[in-house]
Design a protein around this ligand. Structure first.
Ligand SMILES: [Mn+2]
Length: 332
């Protein structure tokens, strides 16, 4: 049984993979690994099956992520997911078979059980972000930590901790941040760069107002939901993820426990994003009923069996209702 360190020692060319739902943590963790492993004289290629969303372009190096798995490599490292469903692009392009011919390491902080069955080493531990795990690996294995890697790790923690306030932000996360600042990381500088790229086109503000008018409620206004059709996804998602324009506003309505945004695609696929308020940790369990996963307060899933958006919505609202009832019972 090889260790994570021995696999890295033996490899010269390493591909770092993100799932089909890249976010601030997956990208920052990939970029941190790229900087660290390059310092160790490795050739590093960053892969993701889909384009990096615009709001992540502030991270220096985001344009180095490629959509084609390289023809040759010695080792792969999958970051920030252990769900095979989220590697659909690789499955569709038949690149997954190629990936399996070389050793693979998973580095992930999600609590849901791994469905990737071909990894040689699974480094899966609860943490606020994958970047936090990478920082610990650096310390434990005496890896180099150049400033750009330190900045990316800080960005990954800031991103998944939602600015150090999420439930899974621990004292350890804050100690890591303090150590990164000692190494020269400026949180103010990182956040200013992020905010600059978060500025929105004026038409997005108009679209947001239209979305807000369409928010509906169920469960005696404890659940807020919205559905987003393909024609809007097509038009606006190159500028911004439509769900993310409104889901936090929906969650910030008095009485709302869970906010849900569904998106429908022309191939019949329906995707969902769930966000819960503190005290109602039901998102991961509700998403698991659809083969998805995530965290208690933030999760997602996709349905590809041809169900209509209305059907998925009805089942999703039922799943949330059931989980809220269970959570209430457990609390009594
Ligand atoms: Mn993450």
């Amino acid at each position: 049984m090889k260790t994570l360190q021995s696999l890295i020692n033996e490899a010269k060319k390493i591909v770092v993979l993100q799932a089909d739902n890249p976010d601030g943590d997956s990208l920052a963790s990939s970029l941190a690994l790229e900087a660290i492993l390059s310092d160790m004289d490795k050739d590093v290629i960053l892969y993701c099956g889909v384009d990096m969303p615009g709001y992540l372009r502030y991270m220096k190096g985001s344009d180095r992520v490629v959509k084609i798995l390289p023809k040759t490599f010695d080792l792969s490292i999958i970051v920030d997911t252990s769900s095979l469903l989220l590697l659909e692009t690789l499955q569709k392009s038949n690149e997954l078979g190629w990936l399996k011919t070389k050793p693979c390491i998973i580095i992930d902080h999600h609590a849901t059980e791994s469905t990737i069955d071909f990894a040689a080493v699974e480094h899966i531990k609860p943490a606020v972000s994958t970047g936090e795990l990478i920082y610990d690996l650096c310390k434990d294995n005496d890896w180099p930590l150049p400033l750009d890697a330190a900045e990316h790790i800080a960005s990954s923690i800031m991103s998944d901790s939602l600015g150090f306030i999420s439930e899974s932000t621990s004292a350890d996360s804050m100690r890591i941040i303090a150590e990164l600042m000692d190494k020269g990381v400026s949180l103010a500088k990182l956040d200013a760069a992020r905010r600059e790229y978060q500025k929105k086109q004026p038409e997005l503000l108009t679209y947001k107002s239209e979305l807000l008018k369409r928010v509906k409620y169920s469960e005696d206004k404890a659940v807020a939901y919205i559905t987003i059709p393909w024609k809007e996804i097509e038009k606006y998602s190159p500028l911004y993820n439509p769900s993310m324009l409104v889901i936090d506003e929906m969650r910030q309505v008095i009485g709302v426990k869970v906010a849900v945004a569904l998106k429908s695609y022309p191939d019949g696929r329906v995707t969902a994003k769930l966000r819960a308020n503190y005290g109602f940790p039901v998102c991961d369990k509700a998403a698991e009923q659809f083969g998805g996963g995530g965290h208690p307060y933030a999760s997602g899933f996709r349905v590809t069996d041809g169900s209509s958006t209305d059907d998925v919505l009805a089942k999703c609202l039922q799943a949330i209702s059931d989980e809220l009832a269970k959570a209430k019972k457990d609390n009594q």
